[in-house]
Design a protein around this ligand. Sequence first.
Ligand SMILES: Nc1ncnc2c1ncn2[C@@H]1O[C@H](COP(=O)(O)OP(=O)(O)O)[C@@H](O)[C@H]1O
Ligand SMILES: O=C(OP(=O)(O)O)[C@H](O)COP(=O)(O)O
Length: 399
Amino acid sequence: MSIRTLDDLLAEGVSGRRVLVRADLNVPLDKQTGAITDDGRIRAVLPTLGALVEAGAKVVVCSHLGRPKGAPDPQFSLRPVAGRLGELLGAPVHFATDTVGDSARSTVADLADGQVALLENLRFNAGETSKDEAERGAFADQLAAFGDAYVDDAFGAVHRKHASVYDVPPRLPHVAGRLVLREVEVLSKLTSDPERPYVVVLGGSKVSDKLAVIEALLPTVDRLLIGGGMCFTFLKAQGLEVGTSLLEKDMVETCRNLLERSGGKILLPVDVVVADAFAPDAAHDTVRVDGIPSHRLGLDVGPETVAGFTAALSPAKTIFWNGPMGVFEMPAFAAGTRGIAEAITKADAFSVVGGGDSAAAVRALGLDESSFGHISTGGGASLEYLEGKALPGIAALEN
Ligand SMILES: Nc1ncnc2c1ncn2[C@@H]1O[C@H](COP(=O)(O)OP(=O)(O)O)[C@@H](O)[C@H]1O
Ligand SMILES: O=C(OP(=O)(O)O)[C@H](O)COP(=O)(O)O
């Protein structure tokens, strides 16, 4: 089955037509100031938006930001993203203060050819993420009313069966945007006979999402290195005390099972940096994993772990990395992420970094982006792609 592309749509002519673009503008924000700390995901969608603007389309962009619970929540407003997007495009972006309400309707109606509007956060509406098909469908109807055609350029969200990625395409002529095509092209290199050793590094905080992927990845990889918030459920499964670290209690048994069946492919931290609190200035120490005090939480992997992971990465020919090794946003807990990122760049391997925060970490730590083979905008999305799963957002474009 083939997917129509943005070029197909441009060839038909879009001047004066309303084009609804699903982007992944889920950028990290500073918790105190609300400022955008990394605009990589905004930049990544510029090729698609720029081409549509140039061709004279009325461009209606929609996205989620964070995980609000189906109702407006000011801390997750896309307004700052509209400002940054306008700066990068060199023209103001019209911001609708709701997603499918009066503000959205009038903002879209007032768009001139070649102008761009951004709707408020899709996840302020329960219909976006609902498991109920009818509820999602009703929301998709409202979104689809804003477009004469639909472009999916939200690679980071193609693994979500959500209204804007899964239910809108059947309602409008639909194509894949430039970012989605590029991501799939590069990631397909990792699924078709990757050069070995093939090493995958996992971390981050979306533990329950990603634990499910490990099972599917295990048979295809040579080593699986696990750090970040992800490692504590595994350490617990080994019978260790993890204090108040991030822990997915329901998954401890699954992790025990995975460890038993992994044939030694899974490598876990041997030391971690533990702190009194989840705060930049919290008192902290490095301890061995069998010495985590019950009142402290692990916020980074330790130097011995970095050395062990580096040794496992150095012979690799293919590397995929998703999820920071620690809370890299706080300098006291950034050394593990930096160490692993440096080890990846030093290996003579084709390396892919995936995930909004992992990509942000590479840039925030001042690492040379060009020393990675590819920096993907999607963490969960790229992992599920590697798993060989049909991704709802891609499948919807195929039909
Ligand atoms: N030990 C830890 N405890 C809590 N959070 C962690 C830990 N290690 C990493 N993190 C957090 O994980 C977040 C990124 O996780 P995730 O969203 O899964 O990654 P990505 O966006 O790259 O897919 C970062 O904000 C980082 O601070
Ligand atoms: O940040 C994202 O995914 P990622 O952290 O796996 O890279 C995407 O924007 C998807 O967000 P979600 O995991 O809240 O659906």
